[in-house]
Design a protein around this ligand. Structure first.
Ligand code: IMP
Ligand code: ZN
Length: 333
């Protein structure tokens, strides 16, 4: 089966984690030539073929390296356009990209300007290509309550320009997610969609945390790894949309075992719709078409089941009805 040709939906992709290291290298070369960077070459920092980032090495890669390289309008624009082109050439027909609003004082970039820059790339892309893109803004677990509210305000401000929802992400080992109650309550009451990184690591999978996160009424949850039985029952009862990430979980050793041991095998027997997702294709190196190929191989799914799996993401997109209709047409061929 040609998994690239299969029309696919990507619902869980972090912008900065989706930049290929070759793209980062191109940015670095330009900065190096103009004497703008003393950072190491991305191809040395992240050698081709190295995907074994774990939860300890993964988050500093952003805060200490990728953010230091993608630190002006030109780098943000270049890398965002490259990420969009990469998903399109992999056969993605609808993408929900997510990013954490980031200010870059050295380039006089406010969070507002950061979002405007990304939105501008997406709008231009949407007018020129078949793949349609919407944006989700992320709250980082390290944020304080006021910062989280400011993410909601930004999402509301740019809603008419394609911001469709809010995400909660970041290092699962840090933060107290109970402080985000007012932010999620505001998002919900304003009708923004909500997706949450859920039970991603043992530390972030206490009963207290998971039940609290469910109180925020997420429309989708991501990863869904270390879930106690009672919480599983509730997720199934709500038929929540699940964003499951195979290679990321295997490479980062977030699950025990390998591809065939992934909890996809358990959730696929439930009535929860699944959106197979890449998470950070730039870091873990597995495109969405490759994720489908891995699922087919390790869970013995044939063409019909793979097409059904791809289509099961339509109803849990945060897209409007018109876009969902377009996707049903494309994906039923
Ligand atoms: P950005 O939001 O576009 O800057 O993308 C990078 C950010 O996404 C990282 O700094 C993390 O906070 C977040 N992120 C990426 N992958 C994961 C994940 O698997 N779990 C939690 N957070 C993640
Ligand atoms: Zn993620």
């Amino acid at each position: 089966m040609d998994f690239k040709a299969l029309p696919k939906i990507e619902l869980h992709a972090h912008l900065s984690g989706s930049i290929r290291r070759e793209t980062l290298h191109e940015v670095w070369v330009r900065k190096k030539e103009s004497g703008e960077t003393s950072l190491e070459d991305p191809l040395i920092e992240m050698p081709v073929g190295k995907f074994d980032y774990n939860l300890e090495t993964f988050f500093p890669l952003f805060s200490k390296y990728i953010y230091a390289l993608c630190n002006d309008i030109s780098a943000l624009t270049y890398t965002t356009n490259a990420v969009l082109a990469d998903f399109q050439s992999d056969g993605v027909v609808y993408l929900e990209l997510r990013t954490t609003p980031r200010e870059i004082p050295s380039a006089k970039i406010t969070k507002d300007i950061y979002i405007q820059t990304i939105i501008s790339c997406i709008s231009t892309f949407n007018t020129l290509h078949n793949m349609k893109v919407n944006l989700i803004l992320s709250i980082d677990r390290r944020n304080d309550a006021a910062t989280a509210i400011s993410v909601i305000d930004l999402a509301l401000k740019y809603r008419s320009q394609g911001v469709v929802g809010i995400d909660l992400c970041g290092d699962p080992a840090v933060g107290d997610i109970s402080i985000f109650q007012p932010a999620f309550s505001k998002a919900k009451s304003e009708g923004l969609k909500i997706t949450i990184h859920f039970a991603e690591a043992v530390q972030s999978s206490t009963d207290k945390e998971l039940w609290r996160l469910l109180e925020y009424c997420p429309d989708r949850i991501g990863h869904v790894i270390h879930v106690p039985d009672k919480v599983k029952e509730e997720i199934v009862r709500r038929k929540l949309g699940l964003e499951l990430c195979l290679s990321c979980n295997v490479h980062a050793k977030m699950i025990t075992g390998t591809y065939g041991d992934h909890h996809f095998g358990w959730w696929k027997e439930t009535e929860c719709p699944i959106a197979l997702s890449t998470d950070d294709v730039g870091v873990f190196g597995s495109t969405l078409s490759n994720e489908y190929a891995l699922i087919a191989e390790h869970f013995g799914l044939g063409r019909k089941e793979i097409c059904e799996l791809a289509r099961s993401a339509i109803d849990i997109t945060f897209a409007d009805e018109e876009e969902k209709r377009r996707l049903r047409e494309i994906m039923w061929v």
